[in-house]
Design a protein around this ligand. Structure first.
Ligand code: FAD
Length: 434
């Protein structure tokens, strides 16, 4: 029988936990990737850079495997249906995969695991995309943390070199199944159009890490941050390799960001209600204004607040936005416009090339004040001051909003002092209801 490795958000052969365990199983190994119709059919835009990226990366894996005389099985369909067919077609001994913490993914894995069990096929899953997961970092009372600082302290204390060791998959590639390359569905076959796009590099130069703590908040700097989020999202780089690089460079600030990433994964895993509701339930009582016209203006980057508009136009153009500006634009939507954070979360979800439910939800609930370790609700960013502080020469603004000084550029959609007070009143009322 064969051992199959079901790749999902871990599109690499190097340092991949599931692949490593499969290679050590003693059987011949073949990776599988499923373009999941449940996810693809729900995408609104038929031009989607994430689908492009997936097709590109799956083809890269096919080529890498072909060089070793091996292959990847690639299918387009609903996972349970695809697995039913794979079980008919191949003699499968075991299936290996890496953990996924989203509600949909956990249900999917349960359904596939049950199906495999009916056919006496083992389903073995491992930690791979995080450094610590599930119950590995708990409070003294054995509870999941809901505040970042004590979580991060425990996380750092626990972080020995052991957890950053690579899985040496390369040593066992002789176990790969010898076969000719197999076909990969094209974008067009799956109903998508290509975007002409080049994606960010897969590596981060040491210089970026050396200066990260000084540069990370300034969106005009081309290499102020690593730009690795898309690769981390799809597992085209290994989190352990990256964390080791940060540790060797002694970059505590960067390491702290990787810790935030783990933190939001564990929040989603332990508190799945955050996917639809506020982490702190009282914030579901907020009486949002939800003005659709204002929402449209925010989406298009026409609020009349240059830093907000620059961020939204960057997002709309390249599918990525600088973290500082994500905080500003998200805060502006929830507080200044009093629009439900879920609207903004969904819009980011459509546009971000690095869209990750856990970090996006965490970031939005942080900005809305409703999340685990959120900023307090009475802290309302002043977008003009934020721009003065983090884009003092307006280089970022000029780049994304070249019309900023033109008479056609819109007047501010809302006045800051009034909007700030309106937000604080609405939040106060919601909290008082509980
Ligand atoms: P760097 O600054 O170089 O950081 C390195 C890596 O650390 C990132 O690639 C990312 O994986 C991780 N990281 C950094 N900051 C955070 C953070 N605050 N939370 C979780 N992980 C972090 N990040 C996503 O990956 N996907 C999202 O969908 C997403 N949505 C966000 C929405 C909002 C409203 C906010 C405020 C933040 C969001 N973030 C999201 C977090 C952060 O903005 C991005 O990870 C970061 O901007 C990506 O750029 P980078 O790779 O250059 O990051």
């Amino acid at each position: 029988p064969l051992s199959l490795v079901w790749l999902r958000r871990d599109l690499r052969l190097h340092d991949n936990a599931a692949l490593y365990h499969a290679l050590k199983s003693g059987h011949h190994v073949v990776p599988v990737f499923i373009f999941d119709r449940t996810i693809l059919d729900a995408l609104e835009d038929r031009c989607d850079r994430r689908v492009d990226f997936l097709v590109q990366e799956v083809n890269r894996l096919r080529d890498e495997l072909a060089k070793m005389g091996s292959a990847i099985i690639v299918r387009y369909g609903k996972p349970v249906d695809v697995w039913k067919k794979l079980i008919e077609q191949y003699s499968i001994g075991d299936v290996f995969a890496n953990h996924d913490y989203e509600v949909y993914a956990k249900e999917r894995d349960k359904a596939v695991g049950d199906l495999l069990a009916e056919h006496a096929i083992g389903f073995h899953t491992s930690k791979d995309q995080t450094i610590f997961e599930r119950d590995e970092v708990l409070s003294g009372k054995k509870k999941p943390y809901t505040v970042f600082t004590p979580y991060s302290r425990k996380w750092r204390d626990k972080l020995t070199d052991f957890y950053l060791k690579s899985y040496p998959t390369e040593h066992y590639f002789t176990q790969l199944w010898k076969t000719n390359p197999l076909p990969v569905p094209t974008l067009e076959e799956m109903g998508f159009q290509p975007e002409e796009e080049t994606f960010p590099a897969r590596t981060v130069p040491d210089e970026v890490l050396d200066t990260y703590n000084k540069t990370r908040d300034f969106p005009a700097l081309p290499h102020g941050t690593s730009q690795l989020s898309m690769h981390l999202r799809f597992g085209t780089i290994s989190i352990r390799d990256l964390a080791r690089q940060a540790k060797d460079a002694d970059d505590k600030t960067f390491m702290n960001e990787l810790c935030w990433r783990d933190f939001y994964f564990q929040v989603l895993d332990h508190f799945p209600h955050v996917e639809k509701n506020s982490f702190r339930r009282e914030y579901d009582q907020i009486e949002w204004r939800n003005n659709e016209d204002e929402f449209e203006k925010w989406c298009r980057g026409e609020t009349g607040y240059p830093i907000v508009d620059a961020g939204m136009r960057q997002l709309n153009t390249i599918g990525w936005m600088h973290n500082r500006v994500r905080m500003i634009t998200a805060g502006f939507l929830c507080k200044h416009l009093l629009i439900d954070w879920r609207w903004g979360e969904a819009y980011f979800g459509r546009k971000l090339r690095d869209y990750d439910l856990s970090a996006n939800n965490g970031g939005w609930q942080w900005a809305a004040g409703s999340g685990a370790d959120a900023s307090p609700y009475f802290r309302v960013f002043n977008p003009t001051r934020q721009a003065q502080k983090f884009d003092s020469k307006a280089a970022y603004i000029q780049h994304w909003v070249p019309d900023v000084d033109q008479p056609t550029y819109p007047q501010p959609i809302v006045e800051h002092t009034m909007a700030r007070q309106r937000a604080i009143d609405a939040y106060k009322k919601a909290v008082a209801k509980v």
